[in-house]
Design a binder for this molecule. Sequence first.
Ligand code: MTE
Ligand code: HPA
Ligand code: MOS
Length: 764
Amino acid sequence: MKNIDSYTHTRGESIYLDDIPVLYGTLYAACFDSPVAHGKLINIDTTAAAACDGVFRVLTYKDIIGENQIGGIIQDEPLFADHEVHFCGMPIALVLAETGEAARHALKKIKVEIEPLPVITNPREAAAKGELIVPPRTFKIGDSAAVFADCDYVFNGCCDTNGQEHLYIETQGAYAVPLENGAIKIYSSTQGPTAVQRAVSKVTGLPMHNIEIDVTRLGGGFGGKEDQANIWAAMCALATQITRRPVKYSLTRMEDMRMTGKRHPYSSDFKIGLSKELKILAFETTIFQNAGAAADLSPAVLERSLFHCTNTYFIPNVTATAYSCRTHLPPNTAFRGFGGPQGMFVIEAAIAKAADELGIDAWQIQQKNLLQSGDELPYGQKVVSEANECWNKAFDLYDMESIKKNVDDFNAKHSLHKKGIAVMPICFGISFTNTLMNQARALVHVYTDGSVVVSTGAVEMGQGVNTKIAQVVAQTFAINPAMIKVNSTNTYRIANTSPSAASATADLNGKATLIACTAIADRLKSIAATELNVSVNDITLKDECVFLNGNKTELGWNKLVLAAYNKRISLSEHGHYATPDIYFDKKTEKGHPFAYHVYGTAITEVTVDCLRGIYEIDSVKLVHDFGSSMNPLIDLGQIEGGLVQGIGWMTMEEIVYDVNGQLKSNALSTYKVPDIYSAPKDIRIEFLQTQKDNLAIFRSKAVGEPPLMYGIGAFFALRNAIKNFNSAVKPLFDSPMTPEKMLMNLYGNASAFREINAIQAAAH
Ligand code: MTE
Ligand code: HPA
Ligand code: MOS
């Protein structure tokens, strides 16, 4: 089944926030944000701005009627700065005007007096100064400290991964509309309608039942709208509460890049111990997460880094400690993988380091340590593993021997171009790590003409969840998808939604839909049994008809629905699903937090131009564990998109803040994302199709985030190409491998380059 949005997408008719027809009297908002990363806010002067043509009013923290607080996990984030500013881009004031241009023009007239305070941008420095968002956490299995003594090889090192800009095509925004009796309706570009509803409730002081959030779809979220859509919705709602006029704010690209948080940069230390047979016996890591100026989702992201710090390997002795460090950057947030990719990079760096030192290929170590079913991860969950299946299938199908031989032959023939290969196996846990979030609801109505409408807590952001929901309805009722409408995500239809995140949206909301549809289908089958005067056990629904013992009857879907209505049987149902058998004890850091894991193996081949430092990703050939894909077309799209987004993070996307906390890569001229030319020339995706029972919807495993981590292979393939050019260099584990860094690495000056950069930054 093709994506149900493909027709309107192709014709440009799909409706996003900025396409909603505006109401008469709508005001346009624009935010004045802090030009300084840390300081005392002495004075805000908005008089000149308020006097500008077309300006209706300027709001600051003083105008807030409820609480000046939007923190989710921890209440540590004001909506508008009050007495201090904590990052460049922190909201200070909101201009409301008759047009967006007038509002943005007036921004320039706002004057603030800020007394600068010291700025920290480096997470290790923050940790040294005790600036932590939450106390550190440690995951431990076995006794790594004792086992290192028995290891044949022990290696240490450190590694860094940079942040990543979400770059959803649709920027952040909200549109608030006043309803009667003080209620407010908000159209929001959010992954978490309930998160927005809670934030708006807090800031306005209105009870949640007076706040309606409606989401048709997003032009991408990638985690960036799990929590940070709250800000703009809260601003617009507050403005509507005060003015009783509709208020719209749709951010420009530069406002969005400057004011919102990104993927967390990490800096980590590692120590790895192996036996002569290349079994990893012990692993220790200390992870420093750059959280930015407020908690946002950082504690949850930190936790997932720990969950994935051994990637897809069985390591009997592990001690992993993670620090969430408070710096003066915009609060960093969820981004596809949610800390998992950062955690996995560390173990991959440790393995690459061991391979360097032992003079072997990293995949010899990787292969010997892959998870087997029944193995226990450091957090206590025993796995049902497909790691070896994916790995072996990839090596056989793509013929790793000949890939390696071709690369060696090429490298022997060419002196200024070198190829490199890396293998990236993945293992990603599916479920929100916060157990209580693993619940969802669906509301299904069948109308008397047989058509169906379904509402769930799922937000469509391009990942195809609405198509999967429609498939669940179509399959359960045995009707044509054309008879089904998937409604917008609305807090009056579905309450207390978890955000669409953690790759679990289709599983959770799909199962709730299945429960609701099954209840209606069961009632319809009873009606059919009565009408046909047979036992309900002999009835099935198929091809929009009632089947009796496998034979088609005269009773069609439409007739059946009408018969139920005439008998006053409900044609509506509200289904609730909560993932069974998952739990986690934060005191012992043990449990069974994930419904299941997703596996895969990618082989990446690259070619580097060793004169210029530029490179191409020749191919990524992978085998992915889909379970039984319910929609191969959508799932392939998720793999391709995730892979290229991961490659971007590892290679060319470089977020640069200067030492004053100013974002230098603040536009698309200075922040480069992969385009069709930088995508792999050849992407091959092979299904590992399994029939095993699992908790996925229709056994179709979650696919949203895991493929991003295949992109990590690009970093290590490039690193191997460098070694193939100059065997004397040991390239730093410093991602992204931009062409500049590549060039310095090729000639062995990457460390010097890094020091020069630091000195220049400090001087600046
Ligand atoms: N795909 C598209 N096209 N757009 C997106 O914003 N977000 C990703 C992934 N794939 C995203 C996407 C992220 S971060 C997650 S968690 C999942 O989709 C969320 O959707 P799912 O739970 O339905 O997989
Ligand atoms: N993944 C994604 N988003 C989340 C999670 C998670 O585990 N927990 C809270 N938000
Ligand atoms: Mo995805 S980072 O869980 O929104």
